[in-house]
Write a protein that binds this ligand. Structure first.
Ligand SMILES: Cc1cc2nc3c(=O)[nH]c(=O)nc-3n(C[C@H](O)[C@H](O)[C@H](O)COP(=O)(O)OP(=O)(O)OC[C@H]3O[C@@H](n4cnc5c(N)ncnc54)[C@H](O)[C@@H]3O)c2cc1C
Length: 380
């Protein structure tokens, strides 16, 4: 099949990062084409939607970027809602982390950002919490968004409205390069045809599958199984973030329960009895009454993990190819800042000092020996 020149920015992977970046680029009137292998496998549709840099106990650079993104989320969501006409159910509902004793609570990495709760205060925040939880931290600034039913759909809608071109069912098979410069991609479309798509600029944002296209990227999948239960409306007003299990109450009383963390599963698809039992046991250990609420849905997906559990952002080894991969368990939280920085890089808008530092902190080659790192330019 003859190849055709393409002056659009190619978005390689139409999951959360791909949609968020496409949206920002389209708002800057840049032509964008999204190549999406399988919309339904995107972790963006799997996640619980917690916005939780403090409750997750992040630290160092990851905490810093998480806090910055959290600040930017309300404005980011406003633009998505305005462009799509779809509400995303962003709620700063606060997240409670329970502990077995006060000393565990006080030594939690992000304890300084939370309100310390004793047992009776914990019960007030989470009525019915199991008796073995004796203390808690309330992070009022953390929250949630309904990524699964709302945010992803709103982004798709906003992108199409702004003229983004979508190709669903297209697998990028190979990146084409010459002299360390990105030249385009080999693809297979939904009808099975093989094609070459020439292009000068692209963003690699294919999540857990990143290393299939750029083998030097140390990305691997960490499978997560989820379920949802239907509780009485407002049975839980805050997210409850226990060790290994969390309960995320949506506005309509649906409670998203997550998530197993299965490194050894690789890309093995499907639910397992052991995984689902782990979630059920987790509910019992956090909020026993919720064990009787009916399950509504069960699903799974793959978190894109890296050795330091942080994303790779900015330039790649290839001129013209940008990276937005490896957001692991914080991609919903980090989508706002990722989209902002990547769209600025590509449109050549000037980056502020903080943004330049983030690109340095999250460069892809930080995992390589120092002498190898010098071979690529780090900051645009
Ligand atoms: C169980 C679970 C719970 C989570 N909970 C939270 C949470 O509460 N809060 C939070 O902040 N984050 C959470 N996350 C993490 C978050 O979902 C991810 O970090 C984020 O979705 C990653 O976005 P992405 O665009 O990189 O990848 P994805 O959303 O997975 O999208 C990647 C897309 O690329 C496509 N693709 C792959 N290969 C190719 C190819 N060769 N050609 C074309 N397309 C390709 C795939 O089909 C897929 O659609 C959770 C994740 C999981 C799995």
């Amino acid at each position: 099949m003859a190849s055709k020149a393409n002056d659009s920015v190619l978005i390689l992977g139409g999951g959360l990062m791909g949609l968020a970046i496409a949206h920002q680029l389209a708002r800057k009137k840049i032509k964008v084409e999204v190549l999406s292998h399988n919309r339904n496998e995107a972790a963006g549709f799997v996640a619980a939607g917690m916005l939780a840099p403090h409750a997750e106990g992040l630290d160092g650079n990851l905490l810093k970027i998480g806090q910055l993104s959290l600040e930017q989320i309300p404005q980011w969501v406003n633009t998505i809602e305005a462009d799509s006409g779809i509400r995303c159910d962003l709620r700063t509902c606060g997240i409670v982390v329970p502990f077995k004793n006060e000393s565990d609570r006080d030594s939690y990495l992000t304890a300084q950002f939370g309100v310390a709760l004793n047992r009776s205060e914990l019960e007030q925040e989470i009525p019915g919490i199991a008796r073995h939880w004796k203390a808690g931290l309330l992070f009022k600034q953390d929250g949630q968004i309904d990524n699964r039913r709302r945010l992803m759909r709103a982004l798709e809608n906003a992108c199409v409205g702004l003229g983004v071109n979508f190709q669903e069912g297209v697998k990028v098979l190979e990146l084409l390069e010459n002299n360390n410069t990105f030249q385009g991609v080999r693809i297979q479309n939904a009808e099975g045809e093989l094609k070459t798509l020439k292009g000068m600029k692209a963003v690699l944002c294919n999540g857990a599958w990143g290393a299939e296209l750029l083998k030097e990227l140390p990305i691997f999948p960490v499978k997560g199984q989820m379920l949802s239960i239907q509780g009485p409306r407002e049975a839980l007003k805050r997210v409850l973030f226990g060790p290994g299990t969390y309960l995320v109450p949506r506005e309509d009383g649906l409670i998203v329960v997550g998530g197993t963390s299965e490194k050894e599963a690789g890309f093995t698809k499907g639910l397992t009895p052991a995984g689902q039992k782990k979630l059920q046991d987790g509910i019992m250990s956090l909020l026993p009454s919720a064990s009787f609420w009916p399950p509504m849905e069960r699903w799974w997906g793959f978190r894109p993990c890296t050795p330091d559990e942080s994303p790779m952002l900015g330039k790649s080894r290839l001129e013209g190819l940008w990276l937005a991969v490896g957001h692991y368990r914080n991609g919903v939280l980090l989508a706002a800042i990722t989209a902002k920085i990547l769209s600025k890089c590509i449109s050549k808008d000037s980056l502020n000092f903080e943004e330049k530092m983030l690109l340095k902190d999250f460069q892809w080659n930080r995992f390589q020996p120092a002498n190898e790192q010098n071979k690529s330019t780090l900051i645009p």
